[in-house]
Design a protein around this ligand. Sequence first.
Ligand SMILES: Nc1nc2c(c(=O)[nH]1)N[C@H]1C(S)=C(S)[C@@H](COP(=O)(O)OP(=O)(O)OC[C@H]3O[C@@H](n4cnc5c(=O)[nH]c(N)nc54)[C@H](O)[C@@H]3O)O[C@H]1N2
Ligand SMILES: Nc1nc2c(c(=O)[nH]1)N[C@H]1C(S)=C(S)[C@@H](COP(=O)(O)OP(=O)(O)OC[C@H]3O[C@@H](n4cnc5c(=O)[nH]c(N)nc54)[C@H](O)[C@@H]3O)O[C@H]1N2
Ligand SMILES: [Mo]
Length: 766
Amino acid sequence: MSPSIRKNIQTQSSKEFTGIDLKKPAVYAAGFTGVKVALQHTFKEMGVIKSFQTLSHMNQKDGFDCPGCAWPDPEHPSKVAEYCENGAKALAEEATSKVVDNAFFSNYSVQEISRWSDYKIGKSGRLVAPMILKPNSNHYEECTWEEAFRVISEHLHALASPDEAIFYTSGRSSNEAAFLYGLFVRAFGTNNMPDCSNMCHESSGVGLSETLGIGKGSVKLEDFDKAEVVIVMGQNPGTNHPRMLSALEKCKRNGGKIISINPLQEAGLIRFRNPQEISGMLLNGHGLTDSYLQVKINQDVALLKLIEKKLVALDKVDGKVFDHEFIEKYTEGYESLLAHLDRHSEQELLELCGVDEKLIDEAVALLAKKSKIIICWAMGLTQHKNGVENIKECVNLLLLKGSIGKPGAGTCPVRGHSNVQGDRSVGIMHYVSEELNAAIKNTFGFEAPEHAGVDVVKAIPAMHEGKAKVFVALGGNFVSAASDTEYTAKALQNCDLTVQISTKLNRSHLITGKTALILPTLGRSDKDLKDGKQRHFTVENSMGIVHQSKGFLDPISDDLKSEPEIVAGIASTYFKGNHPVKWKLLGSDYELLREKLGEVISGFKDMNSKSEGSGYYLPNNVRELDFSKLPNQRAQFSNTTLPTHNLKENEYLLMSIRSHDQFNTTIYGLNDRYRGIHNERRVLFMNESDMLRENLKKMDVVNILSNYDGQERKVFQFLVIPYQIPKGNLAAYFPETNPLIPIHEYADKSNTPISKSVRVSVEKAG
Ligand SMILES: Nc1nc2c(c(=O)[nH]1)N[C@H]1C(S)=C(S)[C@@H](COP(=O)(O)OP(=O)(O)OC[C@H]3O[C@@H](n4cnc5c(=O)[nH]c(N)nc54)[C@H](O)[C@@H]3O)O[C@H]1N2
Ligand SMILES: Nc1nc2c(c(=O)[nH]1)N[C@H]1C(S)=C(S)[C@@H](COP(=O)(O)OP(=O)(O)OC[C@H]3O[C@@H](n4cnc5c(=O)[nH]c(N)nc54)[C@H](O)[C@@H]3O)O[C@H]1N2
Ligand SMILES: [Mo]
């Protein structure tokens, strides 16, 4: 039960409108406006001189890795700073000079802060000292690090079983911090390690592992220079991975073609003005997409099957469309796939996907002739009930074309957080790896637990039901990022202790257990000093390159600790010296930590030297065409099924998406100029014919409802915006719509919440 004294805590952002200004959606991304907007953000938070000094260190060889997304840096970074609008915003957010200190918390109670919007909470400033919220208090108060570590240790010791604690990770942590954290959690005795990737690319990990034998993508950045076709599916790079647009532009310049598959016509995919090139700044930019297939939400499998069927027909004519040699030599399940494709007629698939057949035929004609194909994707494919099968259908297409394991071709799941891939590589996972456990035993001499732990959607019910009582988060904003906001909030409030290791204030600091701790940490751009000497750490980008990152800014407070130091503080206080691991030493000596990491995790050996400069590639079996871990040592074709939604007359599929003015739950601003929305986030994008059917006018105020298992979930006060979106489909922003996603609705096998296809209806707000 939540302590009675803390009543009326708001679990979601305030529902007030902020004064919308509607404009036409944009038809190109970035360009000079992008740079201007980026600089406005940094100037405001950091001042002009510090902005330029800091930005010039971002994504450069001796600099720091952008705290934004995980897109790789080019081998030879441009002289102009290698950053994008969103990287600059991410930096401004982290490098702000405002502080959330003891005075802030004496002024404002947790109730009061919880009534603010997420935007205002985030703008409060950097966390600068450890804070404790005691059971009968409404206000956080400063505490010492020793006290914080002692409180955690006492709570952990009081548990009946180590499985009563949950240890969440968000993808901004370094390899070093994540490795040490995973090591501590295993030493403590549980595998309860939910990770933000459970809500993100888990479907990619599962789908790719089962078909190609590795849960990561296979392409390198230079493959984009050589690709003949790049398919961008369920991904909005203009908003979320702007630097990827330069790679697409280069591909086009080399004669490549781009196919975009998305329910929305996203500005960045249509046209791109490269801010790092004079031509991009002055001219009209480069048209990017050659073939834009505006698929209905969650009908990608239908569309891909239709494309494959049409390719099969063409291949029957001359046998030159598919790479039969590759199929013969490296794959399994080809005949079965062909038979399976016969189950649906072209007409059925065409109606389901909702795309004009002429456009599909154009795309098919293009694919038929080419063999170097890359498929890029993100949340538009992973966050559905059939997320894993979406990925497998992409692999089918690539295998048919022999577009795997050769230059200019392959899989490219575009990762989200800047080190989400690295965190998983170094051991953040809830399942058991016997190989890892054996290596831990070898290097550190203790037995890691041999039973699986919980992921995100299993951790929340465990806390809700009182089976887990302590929640620790290495970064992130769990309450806002997870689905079923009200349910998740109760789950956290049921805990005895919640601990947040964070850089900035967020809602998860307000939705707490009986006791709560905030442990402030250094961010990506901060200098990490030890005895006057600067330490660096390492990250792994979306394409499997491990490289160094070194902060540039003086930390805003002397009381911040690095993430490895915090993990070591928790561990050494808990074990009080009775453990074979020298926690304190490992938490402060990163060279030693990396040495140990290299002993335990394959691919990370000698990383101290190898991660210098542009870093090094981790091994990738797909690039080597080595499928020895798979059945019969072959890459696997898959027979997927079409998703079903059983929508009633008045029901729609809602996708929860990002604006370019947010990074997940961090709201940088209230604009989405690419979609023509200014100064408002409470909007619902709707097809005009659906509006007509619902008797709704532009800017009418509606509530959105979901009804699964007889339980009604509702979010209030959204402005209806007529938009070019397929009939029967809706879009609104995450995290405002998270309360609609039931905790038990997630993808088969990967357990990723169905954030992109929620069955909803709409009612006029009273
Ligand atoms: N500025 C900014 N950058 C970010 C983030 C951020 O919040 N802000 N978040 C980071 C993180 S953690 C991640 S995971 C990535 C997310 O990157 P994206 O996956 O690009 O982000 P979303 O906004 O969730 O967009 C999903 C896209 O998929 C489309 N889509 C939705 N449903 C479907 C479908 O059924 N089929 C198809 N084909 N398309 C569909 C939507 O129209 C949208 O264009 O970005 C990372 N980078
Ligand atoms: N409905 C819906 N829900 C979604 C999604 C969706 O598309 N739709 N997307 C999902 C996806 S893809 C993801 S990845 C998750 C994101 O889930 P999370 O990773 O949990 O959320 P973030 O908003 O990225 O976390 C932001 C917080 O991280 C902290 N932070 C920032 N930098 C650092 C750092 O360097 N160290 C530490 N320790 N803390 C730091 C700050 O305090 C900040 O407030 O959300 C998921 N939820
Ligand atoms: Mo993500």
